[in-house]
Write a protein that binds this ligand. Structure first.
Ligand SMILES: *[C@@H]1O[C@H](CO)[C@@H](O)[C@H](O)[C@H]1NC(C)=O
Ligand SMILES: *[C@@H]1O[C@H](CO)[C@@H](O)[C@H](O)[C@H]1NC(C)=O
Ligand SMILES: *[C@@H]1O[C@H](CO)[C@@H](O)[C@H](O)[C@H]1NC(C)=O
Ligand SMILES: *[C@@H]1O[C@H](CO)[C@@H](O)[C@H](O)[C@H]1NC(C)=O
Ligand SMILES: *[C@@H]1O[C@H](CO)[C@@H](O)[C@H](O)[C@H]1NC(C)=O
Ligand SMILES: *[C@@H]1O[C@H](CO)[C@@H](O)[C@H](O)[C@H]1NC(C)=O
Length: 367
């Protein structure tokens, strides 16, 4: 999402959202209060959910299957890219945002692993029954995007294979939902929207929708996102519950039950930003710890950074990244997920009822 003066001018809307005010000391208070309130609510839900979930044999079995699946995916991606015999590097995820950021950067970082590293250590995860906090939707959600796995459209950038697993915290079972993803391209522009400086209504790159499978899993082939003014590199996700898949390869209806943004290790971002075409972007980078929206994404239990493995010996070979997200399929956050435009063959159109004033406000998830 973008809050550059350009966009604000283009839309003619003045933002009065406290959360954008990280740079303005006086306005940070409300944001911190909301983050704290959100974190408390999420923690209460998580304590219940974890207790109800973790001991269950079917949950343990699902974790083992996830490990095996990710191991298989990693091998398959390396094979496909002809990297079978190359060594690889990995960031392992250990345990609110700066806590996760500090763990990632200072302790774990990019580690060298060899092929004998136990699969559990590489591909395990502890967050499957943990409610992922919602974040602000941003101004560039496009409704009725294409149902497709590969959203890269031959654009230039670092290939990123994403695998997300969604668990309903009410039941601890895999969620039967539609997952909508979008991100900016390697030089920081979004497709599908008419806002000045973006890709325009007739573009669809780096956007797509997938139904979860029986394990609650979706995967996408996309590109590592670039950056733009005021935001750290991030990946948007929306979860639709009860949508209908249409014959023409899109969907309709349903309710938005979750909206969030996932983040990437700063070291990884810094590495990728040195490479073309990312390095042609003249806009100053915003670091994870400077991002005004990052704090909404994390709780004590929930790590909003994706786990990842570089497929080969350097990042240009591409990445496999994964995350597990707990969600409440009974939530209805439609109000907080307005769409800027709607995709249609031959070019989308602007949403006449787009409520821009909520794009920077995360739902009160959590309460
Ligand atoms: C470790 O993390 C702290 C807190 O986020 C930060 O101030 C410090 O610069 C980091 N050190 C390194 C070497 O990354
Ligand atoms: C999951 O949690 C257990 C117990 O705290 C820990 O031993 C294990 O390393 C964690 N696994 C991952 C992948 O973080
Ligand atoms: C899920 O959301 C519904 C509707 O807001 C709420 O009644 C229920 O308690 C939530 N479940 C959990 C586990 O928080
Ligand atoms: C990113 O998108 C913008 C707008 O569509 C386009 O002008 C630019 O060339 C794209 N960048 C790359 C690296 O493809
Ligand atoms: C698919 O069909 C729906 C419902 O008729 C329509 O609104 C939408 O524009 C169509 N999308 C595409 C990509 O054909
Ligand atoms: C847009 O959102 C604001 C809250 O930020 C709300 O007060 C207003 O009623 C909404 N407008 C519409 C048309 O829903």
């Amino acid at each position: 999402m973008l809050f550059s003066p350009k966009v604000l001018a283009a839309t003619g809307v003045l933002l009065s959202i406290a959360s954008i005010g990280a740079a303005h000391p006086g306005e940070g208070h409300e944001k911190r209060m909301q983050e704290a309130a959100n974190a408390r609510m999420v923690a209460a839900v998580n304590a219940r959910a974890l207790e109800a979930c973790n001991a269950r044999p079917e949950v343990k079995a699902r974790k083992q299957r996830a490990i095996a699946r990710r191991e298989g995916t990693f091998d398959r991606l390396r094979q496909k890219r002809g990297l079978k015999d190359e060594s690889f590097i990995h960031r392992r995820d250990d345990a609110a945002f700066s806590k996760w950021a500090a763990v990632d950067h200072n302790k774990t970082g990019l580690l060298d692993f060899n092929e004998n590293t136990p699969a559990e250590e590489l591909f395990g995860s502890n967050t499957s029954c943990v409610l992922a906090p919602d974040n602000a939707n941003g101004p560039y959600f496009v409704y009725q995007e294409l149902i497709r796995q590969d959203v890269a459209e031959d654009l230039e950038g670092i290939p990123l294979h994403l695998e997300f697993q969604f668990i309903d915290v009410n039941t601890c079972e895999p969620a039967d939902v539609l997952i909508d993803i979008w991100s900016c391209n390697s030089t920081g522009q979004y497709s599908g929207v008419s806002a000045e400086g973006q890709g325009g209504l007739d573009s669809t790159y780096l956007r797509g929708v997938q139904p979860t499978d029986a394990e609650g899993v979706v995967s996408f082939d996309t590109l590592f996102p670039g950056h733009y003014s005021g935001r750290a590199s991030h990946q948007h996700i929306i979860v639709h519950v009860g949508s209908e898949i249409l014959d023409n390869g899109t969907y309709t209806g349903g309710v938005v039950a979750h909206l969030s943004q996932l983040f990437f290790d700063q070291k990884l971002i810094d590495l990728i930003e040195q490479l073309a075409p990312y390095n042609t972007n003249q806009i100053a980078q915003t670091k994870n710890l400077e991002d005004a929206f990052a704090g909404y994404g994390a709780t004590e239990e929930y790590d909003p950074f994706v786990n990842y493995i570089v497929l080969g010996s350097d990042v240009s070979s591409g990445l496999f990244a994964w995350a597990e997200l707990g969600l409440n399929t009974s939530s209805n956050w439609d109000f907080y997920a307005p769409y800027a435009s709607i995709w249609q063959p031959g070019g989308g159109s602007d949403n006449p009822n787009f409520n821009f004033s909520v794009v920077g406000t995360p739902p009160p998830t959590h309460g």
